[in-house]
Write a protein that binds this ligand. Sequence first.
Ligand code: NAP
Ligand code: G4F
Length: 347
Amino acid sequence: MKKAFITGVTGQDGSYLAELLLTKGYEVWGLVRRTSVFNRERIEHIYLNKKNENFKMIYGDLSDSSNLSGIIYELEPDEVYNLAAQSHVGISFEIPEYTSDVVGTGTVRLLDAIKKSKKKIKFYQASSSEIFGKVHEKIQSESTPFYPRSPYACSKAFAFYITRNYREAYNLFAANGILFNHESPRRGENFVTRKITLSIARIIKGLQNELTLGNLDAKRDWGYAPDYVEGMWRMLQHNKPDDFVLATGETHTVREFVEKSFNIANIDIQWEGKGANEIGINKSNGDVLVKVSEKYFRPSEVDILQGNSEKAKTVLGWENKTTFDQLIEKMVNADIDYVNKYNFIYK
Ligand code: NAP
Ligand code: G4F
């Protein structure tokens, strides 16, 4: 039985990856942090199910090298997936030093513990399309130069290079997955897609009046998280370590995401005004449902991301499965259920 160790198991991707690896017969160990309030909603359905006796949790933190090296020494996993991060780009401007420590130095801490292990351990690094930032090419691939635009993206760029460096210097099986945005009903509530779908569910239930956003013109390549964790696993099953882009190949504005999400709830949005004064109105009754606030603008923005995952298709046989419209439908419907039931269990 293969043993996997996942950092960030309580996060969106960690929870889907744990499910995937359990179905493939792995013993899965997830790193969890001590928190004053339990934050394990995304993995509750896994560890409360007696059938998942191969799922185990272990306390730790990416800021604690002695803890990480102790875990690698004790567990001797076959595969390590480093998904832990302060992953919010906007918030990284508020806490740049912490973000660099966890996202950047945290990756070296883990790589170094793996380097010292007697076992040949495969390592997956959760790299990000944010490293392309102020893009040098219209469509970004593994060969596109980096131009990071936030403390988060600068830290991910460092983590990318240190992963590649450990691969070349110490012959580690270390792979970077350069993943474009991927979403799901388990997405954190302060990322733009989930903020939109949850707000719409609350608006139609009468629990919220309006949705306030930042840059409506930003464009992203949005996929569906369960499709992407399959790609992470494939990278570690390949016969040699390498770097791969996972993306849908399409790009859409935040504005489009808002319009399509409201459409699922049979509401048509009409836009009026410009910049911070722009509003989105319910066409049928004139209610203001969307506002813009400069509070959500970033000091330096990534205007557009659009990925080319041809290499992952050719080498790994990985392809995006879920369309933009299907993703929106899944998220809006899940949030409508969530708000209706309240005692929502992540699916
Ligand atoms: P997420 O939902 O924000 O989850 C982040 C995870 O990291 C959580 O389990 C969190 O634990 C953990 N974590 C944060 N700080 C930590 C620390 N100091 N020590 C240990 N664990 C810590 O992120 P995600 O969307 O699943 O993304 C997974 C990874 O992929 C992240 O590295 C992210 O930067 C990267 N990525 C994501 C996307 C995307 O679109 N989702 C795209 C490209 C790359 P708590 O639950 O305790 O906070
Ligand atoms: O949903 P976002 O916060 O995601 P962002 O910044 O693209 O980062 C996510 O994807 C990266 C991969 O490219 C990951 F590496 C990273 O960890 C994270 O998962 O923002 C998307 C866009 C931005 O341009 C932002 O300015 O939406 C814009 N936006 C507009 N209004 C907003 C809002 N973003 C947020 N979070 N909240 C708003 O109200």
